[in-house]
Design a protein around this ligand. Structure first.
Ligand SMILES: Cc1cc2nc3c(=O)[nH]c(=O)nc-3n(C[C@H](O)[C@H](O)[C@H](O)COP(=O)(O)O)c2cc1C
Length: 195
């Protein structure tokens, strides 16, 4: 419970690199999460240095194009400014972990209801594994930010990454250079009901 209470979304990072052995500990924690039918539908791809810059250049160009055309997510155009903010944070964090659903299809393809149920179960499994990773990072004194704003650059990022499956999002990782207060939570009576 202490680690759960201490975890924060971190949006300012120190320059210090995160050693690979610590990243392996995070992925070990992620891999211990439950998953539907034990499919373990996750893959984590770590970007740092020049590789990370190149990935984020691709994302920035795609955000610029989306801002002009709104071709990918027209009904979510209001979220684009937040996506640019997230991009700045991703540039500052020394490390970025791309999260893939190895069984997933592009959200821009149509799928039937059976496949949608499978996808929901796989997405939940990956969410559980990401949370394991964030909690392990907190325990190790590392800061993280869970990122879904990659969606605005979905097609460009997936073709750059070149990995089969669905791009779920990313996790920014590094040593925190801020200590934000806990964000407000809904009251117990609003989220819990005994019947
Ligand atoms: C699925 C998911 C996607 C998120 N995407 C982003 C994002 O793209 N950019 C960002 O700044 N924060 C993102 N967040 C972080 C949330 O804003 C944050 O978790 C929430 O405001 C609560 O704050 P806390 O994590 O400090 O408790 C995301 C969180 C989740 C769970």
């Amino acid at each position: 419970m202490n680690t759960i209470n201490e975890r924060r979304s971190i949006r300012k990072y120190k320059e210090e690199e995160v050693p690979n052995y610590l990243i392996e500990k995070l992925v070990e924690a992620a891999s211990k999460s439950p998953s539907a039918k034990n499919r373990q539908p996750w893959k984590y791809i770590v970007y740092s240095g020049a590789g990370k810059s190149e990935l984020l250049d691709i994302m920035e160009a795609a955000l610029d194009r989306e801002s002009e055309t709104h071709e990918l997510l027209p009904d979510s155009a209001g979220g684009l400014s937040d996506a640019y903010n997230t991009l700045k944070i991703m540039r500052q964090a020394p490390c970025l972990i791309i999260v893939m659903n190895t069984n997933g299809k592009s959200p821009f393809e149509n799928i039937n209801s059976d496949d949608r149920i499978t996808e929901i179960c796989d997405t939940l499994s990956i969410g559980a594994s990401i949370e394991n990773m964030l909690l392990k990072a907190t325990e190790l004194g590392l800061g993280t930010l869970w990122i879904a704003n990659t969606c605005f650059a979905y097609k460009d990022l997936t073709s750059f990454i070149g990995e089969k499956g669905q791009l779920i999002g990313a996790i920014a990782l590094g040593y925190a250079d801020e200590s934000p207060n806990q964000r407000p939570r809904k009251a117990m009576e609003d989220i819990l009901e005994f019947r």
